[in-house]
Design a protein around this ligand. Structure first.
Ligand SMILES: [Zn+2]
Length: 193
């Protein structure tokens, strides 16, 4: 299945490197007010990752404008965190996808493996089935993806469209990069392509 890679600390270090690149790009762009962005990373307590998740991978990379009177926070897109969700983004995708059409036993196994309870998984399901398909983000992207993604079963169809096998690091990278605009303040309202 698709879950082995997500149990490896090295996979999360790999995603962290991508987040560092995304953060560097945001920092170079600076604040819209013309100010410089200073590091204001903050520690999160992500759930669902391996026990030996490196400490640096627990930080949400973020910046603060240095100009008095502005001091606005700028949080770049991420391939690790899905907005404010406590669980790591890839876990939210995987568990929701596996949930579709799975037997009660399989759901139990999944929730035990990643530590997500039934109510949490139900909330994720509502996110993928109700909020995500109606979002501006999805409306601008669905045309581009329609050939590869069967719209009916989100997020399972996204997972199948991008990730070829369980250890397909590149596929995960592309999927998480694709979703990264919705991990920022604008969330599902994002229409960046
Ligand atoms: Zn500013």
């Amino acid at each position: 299945m698709y879950h082995e890679l997500l149990r490896e600390a090295s996979f999360w270090s790999f995603l962290y490197q991508i987040d560092k690149d995304l953060a560097a790009t945001a920092r170079r762009a600076g604040c819209p007010c013309g100010g410089c962005l200073h590091c204001a990373h903050y520690l999160r307590r992500p759930r669902g990752g391996p026990r030996d998740l490196p400490t640096e991978c627990r930080y949400r990379l973020s910046f603060c404008c240095n100009r008095d009177g502005c001091r606005k926070r700028a949080t770049p897109p991420s391939v690790r965190f899905l907005g404010r969700k406590v669980f790591l983004g890839a876990i939210v995708i995987l568990v929701s996808a596996m949930r579709q059409g799975a037997s009660a036993r399989r759901v139990r196994e999944l929730s035990e493996m990643f530590g997500a309870d039934r109510r949490t998984i139900a909330r994720w399901e509502a996110f993928w089935q109700e909020q995500f398909p109606k979002s501006p983000f999805w409306k601008v992207h669905r045309g581009r993806l329609i050939a590869m993604v069967e719209i009916l079963f989100l997020p399972g169809s996204l997972l199948e469209g991008f990730v070829r096998s369980g250890d397909d690091r590149k596929g995960w990278e592309q999927l998480l990069r694709f979703l990264s605009p919705i991990t920022t303040g604008r969330g599902l309202m994002s229409t960046v392509i």
